[in-house]
Design a protein around this ligand. Structure first.
Ligand code: HEM
Length: 617
């Protein structure tokens, strides 16, 4: 009985979260706005958001109660005891993540009524996506082997579904006028999301059904049923696109019928998915002996690192791969749009971007990423690649310039659209704050001390989400820093070259100070994490930690040095460009028989001193 309640509340929570996200997506990006302000037709969607978010909150709270009762094997009334409940939601990770989700749902429900701009709607959308991701880290994916495969694929599955299912339901609820405007844009997004849902669903299922006996369980039958129904949904998607392609004589009536049936089928498949996620997946008959490395990291302990092993080891971190594939696909799409338009895009930028992306993959799923789980020294190499080498490649790939040149323009000449939103973001107060070189340096180097000289590092190494968060933080902090210092993309503030050089020298010294401090540590900073893995090689953990400090120093200074040389070159180029401009101007003025800039300035100074003399007389 309790397990049925867990499934039912999970289903309601998942469904209402999808509707909330789909409606936020529609409001922020699909219907028309007026220069970023929400139009009056947005008021219906706002009330959909607030009601669905309220339902999301209530069902999430019920899900917390039923899940706790199920875990303890007690009745629902007995878990209403405040002490029991408090210890679940404040001390146990699963409870914490479920509570986080419920609180975000409440926040969205309360604030959505006051939404006035598409920018703020986009922020609420982002927060909601974080909220639905949180419980995935504590789902039963987290307890199976291959964490990075199971958790990563489920994360992509859930995020993709929220756009696809949520978007279809939100569009089904729109009025005819808004539906006509929103559908063409949604159709592209739905295609990408459906591909992500299918690939991630198949990967996740293959992790659980990887032994013969698993295929005769009800879990497997439900997965097969989902695959069949998904094929029907894909056919519906194909019909949508062909209706839309019949522009301008689109059959809107048939389209509306199709969307309603599609939404109903999706709700049914969501119920099947919720059943899967709240019931135990098949387990192998014979239990394998406990393996510490596998239980903690989700990966078998690799042999001692060698050059070949580092180069060829690979354990796919599916979520990170998903993000990288998305970034590459968007970049390629941008270059294709430019080329079709007859514009040129420097091939060096594309190569630089590709190298940055490959470096991230090597340091997360490749050999560096694998060994980073098992030894501090390799963790440091991976950190340096993610934070200092890959970002230079990404930044020199000029992704913002590419986006500004290729993002779709406003559909009616009034709406802000994606491109307008990006420009607004670049000119916002927040962008000006974080692109201040001192702020960028503080985030970039300050996080080294915050992570390694507090208990943060030991806490984060213990979990997959901690690893993921660290990796994403290193990459973003590095991208911000190098964007401000050597970036070729438009920057909200113009940083003088001399300031960039001072900042680079400061980064160099802070880095050296950090590394020396790490090299002279006499205690382990990992809170017992590496010891718990029972690593058979390189068993002197302190020596390995100190080697990590030395590696951080050696590897960290090189990119800064390269950035320093690049900044000097940019400075000299700018100076010679400026000299040429002045020379050209002087020649032009001479040809017109007028004084040049220098002569004008001298004249201005002599006039000033003449005035001073006259005033003193
Ligand atoms: C090729 C098609 C698909 C496959 C192979 C697939 C497979 C899976 C698997 C293996 C899970 C993990 C369950 C667990 O945690 O044990 C899952 C979760 C889920 N799936 Fe699918 N799925 C597919 C398509 C869909 C579609 C089309 C929908 C909805 C329209 C859907 C909705 C869900 C939901 C709601 C969950 C639960 C997510 C959560 O834990 O919060 N799936 N799916």
């Amino acid at each position: 009985m309790i397990s049925a309640l867990v499934t039912a509340s999970k289903f309601l929570s998942v469904l209402s979260s999808f509707i909330t996200i789909g409606a936020l997506l529609t409001l922020a990006f699909l219907i028309l706005d007026k220069e970023g302000k929400l139009s009056t037709s947005g008021s219906k969607i706002k009330s959909i958001i607030s009601y669905s978010a309220l339902a999301w909150f209530v069902s999430s709270v019920l899900n917390i109660l039923f899940t706790l009762a199920n875990i303890l094997g007690q009745s629902v009334t007995s878990v209403l005891d405040l002490t029991v409940l408090q210890s679940f939601v404040f001390q146990i990770s699963l409870g914490q993540y479920l509570l986080f989700q419920a609180l975000i749902a409440l926040f969205v429900a309360i604030t959505s009524r006051a939404l006035t701009s598409s920018g703020y709607t986009a922020v609420l959308l982002l927060i909601s996506l974080l909220a639905i991701s949180a419980p995935v880290f504590q789902s039963h994916s987290a307890s199976s082997g291959s964490h990075a495969l199971a958790i990563g694929s489920l994360l992509i599955h859930v995020l993709g579904l929220s756009f696809w299912v949520g978007g279809v339901i939100a569009i089904a609820l729109l009025n005819e006028e808004d539906r006509k405007v929103s559908l063409p844009r949604f159709s592209h997004l739905a295609l990408w999301s459906a591909i992500a849902v299918v690939i991630s669903g198949v990967i996740n299922a293959s992790v659980r059904l990887n032994f013969a006996a698993a295929w005769s369980t009800s879990y497997a039958y439900v997965v097969i049923l989902k695959v069949v129904i998904t094929a029907v949904l894909l056919f519906f998607g194909y019909k949508h696109r062909s209706y839309l392609a019949a522009k301008p004589s689109v059959n809107w009536r048939a389209m509306t019928r199709l969307i309603s049936v599609e939404a109903a089928i999706m709700i049914f498949v969501t119920a099947l998915g919720s059943w899967l996620s709240s019931n135990q997946p098949p387990v192998r008959g014979s239990q394998e002996p406990f393996n510490a490395a596998l239980a903690i990291t989700g990966i078998e302990m690799p042999d001692a690192p060698t050059f070949t092993r580092i180069l060829f080891a690979y354990d796919p971190d599916v979520f990170m791969i998903g993000l990288l594939v998305l970034a590459v696909a968007l970049y390629i799409k941008g270059v294709v749009v430019l080329t079709r338009r007859g514009d040129k895009w420097p091939v060096g930028r594309t190569i630089s971007f590709a190298l940055g992306i490959s470096a991230i993959d090597f340091a997360t799923s490749g050999g560096l990423g694998v060994y980073a789980h098992f030894a501090f020294s390799w963790h440091m190499v991976s950190h340096m690649v993610l934070g200092m080498i890959a970002p230079i490649g990404i930044v020199l790939g000029a992704p913002i310039t590419l986006a500004l040149r290729t993002l779709p323009q406003s559909r009616d000449g009034q709406e802000l659209g994606l491109r307008g939103l990006l420009i607004k973001g670049l000119h916002s107060r927040y962008a000006r704050i974080i692109t201040n070189p001192v702020a960028a340096l503080a985030i970039f180097d300050g996080s080294l001390f915050a992570l390694y000289f507090t208990s943060l590092f030991s806490g984060m190494m213990q979990s997959h989400q901690g690893h993921l968060f660290m990796g994403i933080h290193f990459i973003l902090a590095g991208i911000l820093f190098f964007y401000v210092i050597v970036g070729v993309d438009p920057n909200p503030r113009k940083v003088p070259h001399i300031v960039r050089i001072v900042i680079l020298f400061a980064a160099m010294s802070i880095h050296a100070f950090f590394s020396v401090a790490l090299m002279s540590t006499s205690t382990l900073i990992d809170g017992g994490y590496f010891e718990s893995l029972q690593r058979p090689w390189s068993s002197d953990l302190l020596a390995d930690q100190q080697a990590g400090g030395a590696i951080g120093w050696a590897m960290g200074e090189i990119p800064i040095l390269i950035a320093l040389v690049a900044t000097f070159i940019q400075w000299m180029r700018d100076d010679s460009r400026e000299t040429k401009r002045i020379d050209r101007n002087t020649a032009r003025m001479a040809a017109l028989g007028q004084p040049d800039e220098l002569a004008q300035y001298n004249l201005y100074l002599s006039n000033l001193s003449k005035k001073d003399r006259e005033a003193n007389q």
